[in-house]
Write a protein that binds this ligand. Sequence first.
Ligand code: AMP
Ligand code: MN
Ligand code: MN
Ligand code: MN
Length: 274
Amino acid sequence: MRIDLHVHSTASDGTLSPTALVEEAYAHGVAALALTDHDTMDGVDEARRAADRLGIEFIAGVELNTDSPAGEVHVLGYYIPTDDTWFQRFLANRRRAREVRAHKIVDRLHGLGYPIEFADVERAAANGAIGRPHIARALVEAGYMSSVREAFERLLHRDGPAYVKRESLTPTEAVQAIVRTGGVPVLAHPGRMSDQSIIPELIEAGLAGLECYYPEHSPEQTEHYIAMARMHDLVVTGGTDYHGPNAPQVRRIGSVFVPAAAPRELAARRRRTA
Ligand code: AMP
Ligand code: MN
Ligand code: MN
Ligand code: MN
Protein backbone atom coordinates (compact mmCIF):
# COMPACT_ATOMS: atom_id res chain seq x y z
CA MET A 1 0.00 0.00 0.00
CA ARG A 2 1.49 3.31 -1.06
CA ILE A 3 1.15 6.44 1.05
CA ASP A 4 2.23 10.00 0.22
CA LEU A 5 2.02 12.67 2.92
CA HIS A 6 3.64 15.58 1.07
CA VAL A 7 2.32 16.83 -2.28
CA HIS A 8 1.52 20.20 -3.90
CA SER A 9 -1.28 21.27 -6.27
CA THR A 10 -2.03 24.39 -8.31
CA ALA A 11 -3.43 25.87 -5.07
CA SER A 12 0.26 26.67 -4.45
CA ASP A 13 3.22 25.86 -6.72
CA GLY A 14 2.28 22.41 -8.02
CA THR A 15 1.38 22.00 -11.67
CA LEU A 16 -1.62 19.65 -11.31
CA SER A 17 -5.07 20.71 -10.13
CA PRO A 18 -6.19 19.07 -6.86
CA THR A 19 -8.42 16.68 -8.84
CA ALA A 20 -5.70 15.77 -11.35
CA LEU A 21 -3.25 15.29 -8.48
CA VAL A 22 -5.54 12.83 -6.70
CA GLU A 23 -6.14 11.00 -9.99
CA GLU A 24 -2.37 10.79 -10.47
CA ALA A 25 -2.05 9.36 -6.96
CA TYR A 26 -4.75 6.81 -7.72
CA ALA A 27 -3.04 5.81 -10.97
CA HIS A 28 0.16 5.14 -9.00
CA GLY A 29 -1.54 2.98 -6.39
CA VAL A 30 -1.56 5.54 -3.57
CA ALA A 31 -4.09 4.54 -0.90
CA ALA A 32 -3.60 7.48 1.49
CA LEU A 33 -2.70 11.02 0.46
CA ALA A 34 -2.12 14.32 2.30
CA LEU A 35 -2.33 17.57 0.35
CA THR A 36 0.27 19.97 1.78
CA ASP A 37 0.20 23.16 -0.27
CA HIS A 38 2.35 26.13 0.79
CA ASP A 39 0.38 28.48 3.08
CA THR A 40 -3.04 27.53 1.71
CA MET A 41 -5.81 24.96 2.09
CA ASP A 42 -7.71 26.19 -0.96
CA GLY A 43 -7.20 22.87 -2.74
CA VAL A 44 -8.44 20.70 0.10
CA ASP A 45 -12.19 20.54 -0.67
CA GLU A 46 -11.65 19.67 -4.32
CA ALA A 47 -8.98 17.08 -3.49
CA ARG A 48 -11.18 15.50 -0.82
CA ARG A 49 -14.06 15.12 -3.30
CA ALA A 50 -11.77 13.42 -5.83
CA ALA A 51 -10.29 11.17 -3.11
CA ASP A 52 -13.77 10.17 -1.87
CA ARG A 53 -14.79 9.31 -5.43
CA LEU A 54 -11.70 7.11 -5.94
CA GLY A 55 -11.64 5.54 -2.47
CA ILE A 56 -8.38 7.16 -1.36
CA GLU A 57 -7.90 8.11 2.30
CA PHE A 58 -7.43 11.89 2.34
CA ILE A 59 -5.70 14.07 4.94
CA ALA A 60 -6.07 17.86 4.91
CA GLY A 61 -2.62 19.35 5.33
CA VAL A 62 -0.48 22.43 4.79
CA GLU A 63 3.22 23.34 4.54
CA LEU A 64 4.39 26.50 6.30
CA ASN A 65 7.69 28.01 5.13
CA THR A 66 9.52 29.63 8.02
CA ASP A 67 12.91 31.19 8.59
CA SER A 68 15.48 30.52 11.26
CA PRO A 69 18.76 32.44 11.42
CA ALA A 70 20.57 29.65 9.56
CA GLY A 71 18.04 29.19 6.78
CA GLU A 72 14.60 27.97 5.84
CA VAL A 73 12.65 25.51 7.96
CA HIS A 74 9.43 24.00 6.62
CA VAL A 75 6.71 22.77 8.95
CA LEU A 76 3.95 20.44 7.74
CA GLY A 77 0.56 20.38 9.43
CA TYR A 78 -1.85 17.43 9.20
CA TYR A 79 -5.52 16.92 10.03
CA ILE A 80 -6.05 20.67 9.94
CA PRO A 81 -9.68 21.67 10.49
CA THR A 82 -10.87 23.72 7.49
CA ASP A 83 -13.42 25.76 9.44
CA ASP A 84 -11.15 27.61 11.90
CA THR A 85 -11.37 31.27 10.88
CA TRP A 86 -8.37 32.13 13.04
CA PHE A 87 -6.10 29.67 11.17
CA GLN A 88 -7.52 30.63 7.76
CA ARG A 89 -6.76 34.28 8.55
CA PHE A 90 -3.25 33.28 9.63
CA LEU A 91 -2.75 31.56 6.23
CA ALA A 92 -4.21 34.55 4.36
CA ASN A 93 -1.62 36.74 6.09
CA ARG A 94 1.17 34.40 5.02
CA ARG A 95 -0.10 34.55 1.43
CA ARG A 96 -0.17 38.34 1.61
CA ALA A 97 3.47 38.23 2.74
CA ARG A 98 4.19 36.06 -0.32
CA GLU A 99 2.59 38.69 -2.58
CA VAL A 100 4.55 41.54 -1.03
CA ARG A 101 7.73 39.55 -1.49
CA ALA A 102 6.89 38.66 -5.11
CA HIS A 103 6.43 42.38 -5.85
CA LYS A 104 9.89 43.07 -4.42
CA ILE A 105 11.44 40.25 -6.48
CA VAL A 106 9.79 41.61 -9.64
CA ASP A 107 11.28 45.04 -8.85
CA ARG A 108 14.71 43.46 -8.48
CA LEU A 109 14.29 41.65 -11.79
CA HIS A 110 13.56 44.97 -13.50
CA GLY A 111 16.86 46.29 -12.16
CA LEU A 112 18.65 43.17 -13.38
CA GLY A 113 17.31 43.53 -16.92
CA TYR A 114 14.42 41.06 -16.76
CA PRO A 115 11.38 43.37 -16.88
CA ILE A 116 8.49 41.00 -16.25
CA GLU A 117 5.29 42.41 -14.75
CA PHE A 118 3.62 41.36 -11.51
CA ALA A 119 0.55 40.51 -13.62
CA ASP A 120 2.66 37.87 -15.42
CA VAL A 121 3.47 36.28 -12.08
CA GLU A 122 -0.18 36.42 -11.02
CA ARG A 123 -1.17 34.73 -14.25
CA ALA A 124 1.38 31.97 -13.62
CA ALA A 125 0.02 31.51 -10.10
CA ALA A 126 -3.60 31.34 -11.32
CA ASN A 127 -5.00 32.48 -7.96
CA GLY A 128 -2.81 30.04 -6.05
CA ALA A 129 -0.43 31.02 -3.22
CA ILE A 130 2.33 32.89 -5.07
CA GLY A 131 5.86 31.51 -4.86
CA ARG A 132 9.20 31.79 -6.58
CA PRO A 133 8.28 28.97 -9.00
CA HIS A 134 5.57 31.22 -10.46
CA ILE A 135 8.11 34.01 -10.94
CA ALA A 136 10.40 31.46 -12.58
CA ARG A 137 7.60 30.35 -14.90
CA ALA A 138 6.87 33.99 -15.83
CA LEU A 139 10.57 34.42 -16.70
CA VAL A 140 10.42 31.32 -18.90
CA GLU A 141 7.17 32.49 -20.49
CA ALA A 142 8.77 35.86 -21.32
CA GLY A 143 11.70 34.07 -22.96
CA TYR A 144 14.35 35.24 -20.48
CA MET A 145 15.06 31.76 -19.13
CA SER A 146 14.90 28.37 -20.78
CA SER A 147 13.61 26.56 -17.68
CA VAL A 148 12.37 27.06 -14.13
CA ARG A 149 15.55 25.37 -12.96
CA GLU A 150 17.69 27.90 -14.81
CA ALA A 151 15.67 30.79 -13.29
CA PHE A 152 16.38 29.43 -9.81
CA GLU A 153 20.04 28.77 -10.51
CA ARG A 154 20.74 32.18 -12.03
CA LEU A 155 18.38 34.48 -10.14
CA LEU A 156 16.01 33.14 -7.50
CA HIS A 157 17.94 30.81 -5.22
CA ARG A 158 18.67 31.90 -1.66
CA ASP A 159 21.93 33.67 -2.52
CA GLY A 160 20.77 34.72 -5.98
CA PRO A 161 20.67 38.37 -7.16
CA ALA A 162 16.84 38.52 -7.26
CA TYR A 163 16.28 36.81 -3.90
CA VAL A 164 14.23 38.65 -1.31
CA LYS A 165 13.43 37.33 2.15
CA ARG A 166 9.81 36.88 3.06
CA GLU A 167 8.26 38.49 6.11
CA SER A 168 9.48 36.10 8.69
CA LEU A 169 7.70 33.53 10.75
CA THR A 170 9.78 31.41 13.12
CA PRO A 171 9.58 27.60 13.02
CA THR A 172 8.34 27.62 16.60
CA GLU A 173 5.52 30.03 15.72
CA ALA A 174 4.50 27.72 12.86
CA VAL A 175 4.38 24.69 15.18
CA GLN A 176 2.36 26.68 17.72
CA ALA A 177 -0.12 27.86 15.07
CA ILE A 178 -0.76 24.29 13.91
CA VAL A 179 -1.17 23.08 17.49
CA ARG A 180 -3.52 25.95 18.25
CA THR A 181 -5.84 25.04 15.37
CA GLY A 182 -5.91 21.40 16.45
CA GLY A 183 -3.64 20.05 13.71
CA VAL A 184 -0.54 17.86 13.93
CA PRO A 185 2.83 19.57 13.25
CA VAL A 186 5.61 17.60 11.52
CA LEU A 187 9.07 18.84 10.58
CA ALA A 188 9.45 18.66 6.77
CA HIS A 189 12.62 17.26 5.16
CA PRO A 190 14.88 17.81 8.22
CA GLY A 191 17.88 16.66 6.19
CA ARG A 192 17.61 19.82 4.08
CA MET A 193 17.90 22.10 7.12
CA SER A 194 21.24 23.74 7.77
CA ASP A 195 20.57 24.30 11.49
CA GLN A 196 19.67 21.09 13.33
CA SER A 197 19.95 22.70 16.75
CA ILE A 198 16.42 24.13 16.61
CA ILE A 199 14.74 20.69 16.74
CA PRO A 200 14.54 20.43 20.59
CA GLU A 201 12.76 23.79 20.74
CA LEU A 202 10.22 22.59 18.15
CA ILE A 203 9.59 19.41 20.15
CA GLU A 204 9.06 21.59 23.20
CA ALA A 205 6.50 23.63 21.22
CA GLY A 206 4.51 20.49 20.34
CA LEU A 207 6.16 18.98 17.24
CA ALA A 208 4.55 15.56 16.74
CA GLY A 209 6.49 14.01 13.86
CA LEU A 210 9.55 13.98 11.60
CA GLU A 211 9.50 13.53 7.83
CA CYS A 212 12.19 10.84 7.93
CA TYR A 213 11.49 9.42 4.46
CA TYR A 214 12.14 12.01 1.77
CA PRO A 215 13.58 11.72 -1.78
CA GLU A 216 16.66 13.82 -0.98
CA HIS A 217 17.50 12.05 2.29
CA SER A 218 20.39 9.60 2.21
CA PRO A 219 19.82 6.22 3.89
CA GLU A 220 22.03 7.47 6.76
CA GLN A 221 19.91 10.59 7.20
CA THR A 222 16.72 8.52 7.16
CA GLU A 223 18.15 6.24 9.86
CA HIS A 224 19.33 9.22 11.88
CA TYR A 225 15.88 10.84 11.93
CA ILE A 226 14.12 7.54 12.66
CA ALA A 227 16.36 7.16 15.72
CA MET A 228 15.62 10.75 16.73
CA ALA A 229 11.89 10.14 16.34
CA ARG A 230 12.09 7.04 18.51
CA MET A 231 14.03 8.89 21.19
CA HIS A 232 11.51 11.75 21.38
CA ASP A 233 8.29 9.81 20.74
CA LEU A 234 7.67 11.45 17.37
CA VAL A 235 5.71 9.93 14.47
CA VAL A 236 7.87 8.73 11.55
CA THR A 237 6.37 10.14 8.34
CA GLY A 238 7.40 10.59 4.74
CA GLY A 239 6.42 11.97 1.37
CA THR A 240 7.66 12.82 -2.09
CA ASP A 241 7.11 16.62 -2.16
CA TYR A 242 5.57 15.97 -5.58
CA HIS A 243 4.94 19.18 -7.56
CA GLY A 244 3.54 17.64 -10.76
CA PRO A 245 4.94 15.92 -13.86
CA ASN A 246 6.62 19.03 -15.31
CA ALA A 247 8.15 20.29 -12.08
CA PRO A 248 11.92 20.66 -11.67
CA GLN A 249 11.79 18.15 -8.83
CA VAL A 250 11.72 14.92 -10.86
CA ARG A 251 9.93 12.27 -8.83
CA ARG A 252 6.79 10.16 -8.98
CA ILE A 253 3.89 10.56 -6.59
CA GLY A 254 3.83 7.79 -3.98
CA SER A 255 7.37 6.70 -4.82
CA VAL A 256 8.82 7.10 -1.30
CA PHE A 257 8.35 4.50 1.43
CA VAL A 258 6.02 5.68 4.21
CA PRO A 259 5.17 3.47 7.20
CA ALA A 260 1.62 2.14 6.86
CA ALA A 261 0.88 3.25 10.43
CA ALA A 262 1.81 6.90 9.82
CA PRO A 263 -1.69 8.28 9.05
CA ARG A 264 -3.19 6.50 12.07
CA GLU A 265 -0.37 7.64 14.37
CA LEU A 266 -0.73 11.23 13.19
CA ALA A 267 -4.49 11.08 13.77
CA ALA A 268 -3.86 9.86 17.32
CA ARG A 269 -1.65 12.89 18.00
CA ARG A 270 -4.47 15.15 16.93
CA ARG A 271 -6.67 13.74 19.66
CA ARG A 272 -3.89 14.19 22.15
CA THR A 273 -3.23 17.85 21.31
CA ALA A 274 -6.70 19.12 20.40
P1 AMP B 1 8.97 30.16 -2.15
O1 AMP B 1 7.84 29.40 -1.49
O2 AMP B 1 8.48 31.34 -2.89
O3 AMP B 1 10.12 30.46 -1.22
O4 AMP B 1 9.56 29.16 -3.25
C1 AMP B 1 10.07 27.92 -2.82
C2 AMP B 1 9.62 26.82 -3.75
O5 AMP B 1 10.39 26.87 -4.94
C3 AMP B 1 9.83 25.43 -3.19
O6 AMP B 1 8.69 25.01 -2.50
C4 AMP B 1 10.08 24.59 -4.42
O7 AMP B 1 8.84 24.18 -4.95
C5 AMP B 1 10.71 25.56 -5.40
N1 AMP B 1 12.18 25.51 -5.48
C6 AMP B 1 13.05 25.81 -4.50
N2 AMP B 1 14.32 25.71 -4.94
C7 AMP B 1 14.25 25.36 -6.25
C8 AMP B 1 15.21 25.12 -7.28
N3 AMP B 1 16.53 25.21 -7.06
N4 AMP B 1 14.76 24.78 -8.52
C9 AMP B 1 13.44 24.70 -8.74
N5 AMP B 1 12.49 24.90 -7.83
C10 AMP B 1 12.87 25.24 -6.59
MN1 MN C 1 7.06 24.17 -3.61
MN1 MN D 1 9.43 22.19 1.79
MN1 MN E 1 6.80 20.83 -0.11
